[in-house]
Design a protein around this ligand. Structure first.
Ligand SMILES: [Zn+2]
Length: 254
């Protein structure tokens, strides 16, 4: 084969392998079979009509190289997409936190749960408690914070957050109000509890004693301010917070 033809054939084989791999993921076997077939053919019939059959073997090798290249790129792209997904999605546990073996979905206590394939660990997925507070302000409104983190970043909600081990729900609500709105509150009573059907959470809404302080945004909040009751945002971050405010207003007829 002359130089230019060989070069063109090389590039064509490379491109064909690359394009084929992008279209289907079964091209690995085609490339492998081609290499064996052309290799064996070249061994049995070294030349055919003056054509060096080892050139054919070389071309199928290049074809296989094209497949490998495309395959590597596909995998890199998929990995990138997977990582991007992991950053935004709720974590899905895949490995046992105790022994690192794979978790599998199986029936435990009459429900499908993630359980370890090796040890006795079961991911029960019990709900986490969230403490929130309605903080009335002397000016007549209530304190809201603009969320600085996902989910619903940029939307307004009541000061709220996950409880820490060792604190009471009331202490959790007080700590969150201090962290998000930089206000020191005293909890008065529980007004509403709610468990969202899709989330492993239990929300507890407290009513705090009226404050005179001016809220300022703390960690996790973009803004913190007092909203008058007739100017509450239409698109609050969570409907349960809206419901809690509604129940509180009904309870005090405000
Ligand atoms: Zn385990």
């Amino acid at each position: 084969m002359s130089g230019p033809i060989l070069l063109i054939s090389f590039v064509a084989a490379l491109a064909l392998g690359y394009v084929l791999q992008r279209a289907t993921d079964k091209t690995g076997w085609i490339g492998l079979a081609l290499m064996f077939a052309t290799g064996a053919l070249a061994l049995i019939v070294p030349t055919y009509n003056g054509f060096d059959m080892f050139n054919l073997f070389g071309l199928s090798m290049i074809f296989g190289f094209g497949i490998t290249l495309a395959d590597k790129r596909q995998k890199a792209l998929k990995k990138k997409a997977d990582w991007a997904k992991l950053k935004t999605e709720r974590p899905q546990f895949r490995h046992c936190p105790s022994c690192t073996s794979k978790l599998e979905e199986r029936e435990v206590d009459e429900k499908k749960r993630l359980a370890c394939t090796y040890c006795t660990y079961v991911h029960w997925n019990n709900p986490l408690p969230v403490a929130a507070s309605i903080v009335p302000h002397k000016s007549g409104g209530i304190v809201l914070v603009k969320r600085g983190v996902e989910p619903r970043m940029g939307k307004w909600c009541l000061p709220a957050g996950f409880m820490e081990v060792g604190e009471t729900p009331e202490q959790g609500a007080k700590r969150e109000a201090a962290e998000e709105a930089t206000i020191d509150i005293e909890i008065e009573r529980l007004i509403y509890t709610f468990a969202p059907p899709q989330l492993p959470q239990v929300l507890m809404f407290f009513v705090a004693r009226e404050i005179d302080q001016t809220p300022t945004p703390g960690s996790d909040a973009q803004q913190a301010r007092v909203f008058q009751l007739d100017e509450l945002p239409d698109d609050m971050a969570f409907s349960s917070h809206v419901e809690a405010i509604k129940r509180w207003r009904q309870s005090i007829d405000r």
